[in-house]
Write a protein of this length. Structure first.
Length: 428
C-alpha cells in the first residue's frame, strides 16, 4: 500500500474512488491510502516532510495550492501510525523518483533536507535510513528553530509563518458518565523495532488534579531536576511516589520531534539523553504493558496521558485547537492546563477567552514558539523558484492563507510571516 498526499480535486476524487473500492480509504491529515496502480503517480513540484505539529495545516496548504504544486507527507503513516516506512515521492523540482524513510518530526525532516541539498552533509545524522536522495526534499516542516547550527551564512533558512504555544496536558478530569470517555483504537509503535500493534484503549480520569496550578518553575523542577513540587496541597513526585505523595509520569514525544527539542530547551534538560524521570515510552496505565511494553509517545497525540492517570506531557495548543476543529482529532479526551509564568501569581489559560470549547490560541501563554518552513536559502530568494512565491514575504501564498492558519489553531504573525533573515539561517 502506498501513501500519497492530497492533490487537485479532480485527482482527489479519482484516487478516493479507487481506494474506497479496495476498502482502504483513510482521509487522515489530508493524506490518502491508495491501493493498486490504477492511476499514474503524481509528480509534486515541491515535497514537504517533517514536523507533526504543522503537518495538518501544511496538508491544507497543499490542497489550497491545487494541482501538483505541493505534496505534504505526514510524519507517520496516517492509517496505521507506522513510523519510518519508505515513501516514494516523484519530485518535480529534481525530476527524480525518490525513495526514503518517512521523516518523523522536525529534526528528521531538516536532516533529510540537508542530505537532499548535499549528500555529503555531516549534519544529517537525525535522518533514518534510507535517507533522502539529492533533490528529494524541498521543504522541511519544523516546530523549532535553527538551534546550535545557526549560521548567518548557512545554506538553509527557517522561514516563519505562524505562532504556536505549548501547554501541559493530562487525561480528562472526569469520565462520568462513561460516554465522556469513549474507547478508541490506539496504534502502539515499538520504540526499538517500529512495529505497530493496534489495541483498544479507554481514557481514564487524571490523578494530576491540580495541574492548573503549576508554575513555569514547577515544570523546570519536575523535568530538569526530577524533584517534587507541591501545588494545591498535593505533592507530585516524578520518581517513585511515597506515602502522601502523588505519582506523576512525565512524558515527552519521540526522538526527532521538534516539540521534544523545544520543550527540553525551554525547561533546561537534555532532549537526547533526558533525565531518568522523563519518558518517551508509555510507563503507566493500561497501555504500559500492552504489546511490547516499549510503546512510543507520539507528539500531539493524547493516547499516553489519556490512558495513564498519572501522565503529564507537552501538547501544542495549536494542534489541540486544530483537532477540536475537526482536523485529524487524536486528543482522546486529553485536556490542556493553565500555567503561571515566572514573576507572576496569575495562571494563564492556553485559550484566548479561557474557554477550551470556543477559544483560540492565547498568544500571551508563557511558552510560545514560531513554526517554520525550512528551505534552501538560495532557492527561496530566487524569484523564479516556486519556493519564492509560496513562502517568501508577507504576500507569499502561505502567509496569505491566513484563514486556514487560524482554522488549524495557530496565531498569525503579520510582521514576521515569510521573513528571510540571516539570524534564521543554518548550516547545511
Amino acid at each position: 500500500m502506498r501513501l500519497k498526499p492530497s492533490k487537485s480535486l479532480r485527482s482527489l476524487r479519482a484516487r478516493s474512488a479507487v481506494a474506497l473500492g479496495a476498502a482502504v480509504l483513510a482521509f487522515t491529515g489530508l493524506a490518502l491510502a491508495q491501493a493498486g496502480p490504477a492511476l499514474a503517480d503524481p509528480t509534486e513540484t515541491l515535497v514537504a516532510v517533517g514536523s507533526d505539529t504543522i503537518q495538518d495545516v501544511y496538508n491544507q496548504f497543499a490542497l489550497d495550492a491545487a494541482g501538483n504544486l505541493l505534496g505534504s507527507y505526514n510524519a507517520t503513516n496516517p492509517v496505521t501510525g507506522a513510523a519510518h516506512e519508505v515513501i516514494t515521492p516523484v519530485d518535480g523540482t529534481a525530476h527524480v523518483n525518490c525513495s526514503y524513510a518517512r521523516p518523523n518530526g522536525s529534526s528528521e525532516g531538516v536532516a533529510n533536507l540537508r542530505l537532499a541539498l548535499n549528500p555529503a552533509s555531516t549534519n544529517g545524522g537525525a535522518a533514518v535510513a534510507p535517507v533522502a536522495q539529492q533533490g528529494c526534499v524541498d521543504i522541511a516542516r519544523s516546530s523549532s528553530g535553527p538551534g546550535t547550527l545557526q549560521s548567518n551564512t548557512g545554506p538553509i533558512v527557517y522561514v516563519p509563518f505562524a505562532l504556536d504555544a505549548v501547554a501541559g496536558a493530562t487525561g480528562p478530569s472526569t469520565c462520568t458518565p462513561s460516554t465522556l470517555c469513549p474507547s478508541f483504537t490506539a496504534n502502539l509503535v515499538d520504540k526499538t523495532t517500529g512495529a505497530v500493534t493496534q489495541v483498544t484503549a479507554t481514557p481514564v480520569p487524571t490523578n494530576i488534579t491540580t495541574a492548573d496550578d503549576f508554575t513555569f518553575a514547577d515544570l523546570q523542577t519536575l523535568y530538569d531536576n526530577c524533584a517534587t513540587v507541591t501545588e494545591g496541597g498535593i505533592t507530585y513526585n516524578p520518581g517513585t511516589a511515597t506515602a502522601g505523595q502523588q505519582q506523576i509520569d512525565l512524558y515527552i514525544p519521540q526522538s526527532g520531534s521538534g516539540t521534544r527539542s523545544f520543550w527540553a530547551s525551554t525547561l533546561g534538560f537534555n532532549a537526547t539523553t533526558p533525565p531518568a524521570c522523563v519518558h518517551d515510552t508509555i510507563v503507566g496505565g493500561a497501555l504500559a504493558t500492552q504489546a511490547t511494553g516499549n510503546n512510543l509517545v507520539e507528539e500531539h497525540d493524547g493516547t499516553a496521558v489519556a490512558t495513564d492517570p498519572d501522565g503529564f506531557g507537552p501538547f501544542s495548543i495549536a494542534q489541540w485547537i486544530s483537532q477540536r476543529n475537526g482536523h485529524n482529532d487524536r486528543r482522546h479526551d486529553a485536556i490542556l492546563h493553565n500555567l503561571t509564568p515566572t514573576g507572576s501569581t496569575t495562571p494563564v489559560s492556553p485559550f484566548s477567552n479561557g474557554n477550551p470549547t470556543t477559544g483560540s490560541l492565547n498568544a500571551n501563554f508563557p511558552i510560545t514558539r514560531d513554526v517554520y518552513s525550512v528551505v534552501s536559502y538560495t532557492r527561496v530568494t530566487t524569484t523564479t523558484d516556486p519556493l519564492f512565491s509560496l513562502l517568501n514575504g508577507p504576500n507569499s501564498f502561505v502567509c496569505q492563507d491566513s484563514l486556514q492558519i487560524i482554522s488549524y489553531g495557530f496565531a498569525l504573525i503579520p510582521s514576521t510571516c515569510g521573513e528571510v533573515v540571516a539570524t534564521l539561517r543554518a548550516a547545511g
